[in-house]
Design a protein around this ligand. Structure first.
Ligand code: FMN
Length: 204
């Protein structure tokens, strides 16, 4: 049973959530969990060449393989993480999803559980819109969306932090100065576990 967590993260916040999602999936018996990244655009590499922060984050991710269409085909479940870009997923992640026509044509993603997670700069920067719009192409592919139930500890809260029923999230701050809080990471771990558990149950 293979569960993959595929993410894009320019400044490292979504990456931290991805690590927790991956750890959660790994903790389920019989599951092989793998962390994969999406391919970066050449234009972004050029534009951020002088950013020490972006370079450091890329270095942290350098051993993580880039997700291919074959990785998606081989996975029993997939959890997708993207930073928010104008209330929506990043184009790098959309590019991966838009490369799945061959999978869609043969229904190869149908019936596989999926989850989504995100990071925003600000509290009301569009976490829910990103998470819900990330689900739309996954539903077209026939995947079965798995969210985070309110029985997960920390889901009912009123502070400025992440954690939505549509998927885990975190607030990076306008300059990326914040780090995911322990509660954000726990909710990310809970999604990884839940998607993996659903995959195991569906396999029977
Ligand atoms: C083009 C662009 C659009 C963005 N749009 C939003 C937005 O709609 N809402 C928001 O809160 N943050 C927005 N951000 C900030 C990113 O969401 C933030 O940098 C990201 O969550 C950090 O995640 P990362 O560390 O994984 O890259 C935007 C950033 C860029 C570059």
């Amino acid at each position: 049973m293979k569960v993959i967590t595929v993410f894009y993260s320019l400044y490292g916040h979504t990456f931290k959530l991805a690590q927790s999602v991956h750890n959660g999936a790994s903790s389920i018996q019989g599951v092989e969990s793998q962390l994969l990244k999406v391919e970066e655009f050449e234009s972004v590499l050029e534009r951020t060449a002088d950013s020490e922060h972006a370079k450091a984050v890329r270095d942290q991710q350098k051993e993580i393989p880039v997700c291919t269409v074959d990785d998606l085909r081989a996975a029993d479940a997939v959890i997708f993480g993207s930073p928010t870009r104008y209330g929506n997923m990043a184009a790098q992640m959309k590019q991966l999803i838009d490369s799945t026509a061959s999978l869609w044509l043969k229904g190869e993603m149908e019936g596989k559980p999926a989850g989504v997670f995100t990071s925003t700069a600000s509290t009301h920067g569009g976490q829910e819109t990103t998470l819900i719009t990330m689900m739309i192409p996954l539903i077209h592919l026939g995947m079965i969306m798995v969210g985070v139930p309110y029985s997960v500890q920390g889901m009912i809260h009123t502070e400025a932090r992440g954690g939505t029923p549509y998927g885990p999230s975190t607030i990076a701050g306008p300059k990326g100065e914040l780090a995911p809080l322990e509660g954000d990471l726990k909710i990310a771990e809970a999604l990884g576990k839940r998607v993996a558990e659903v995959a195991v149950k569906l396999r029977g």
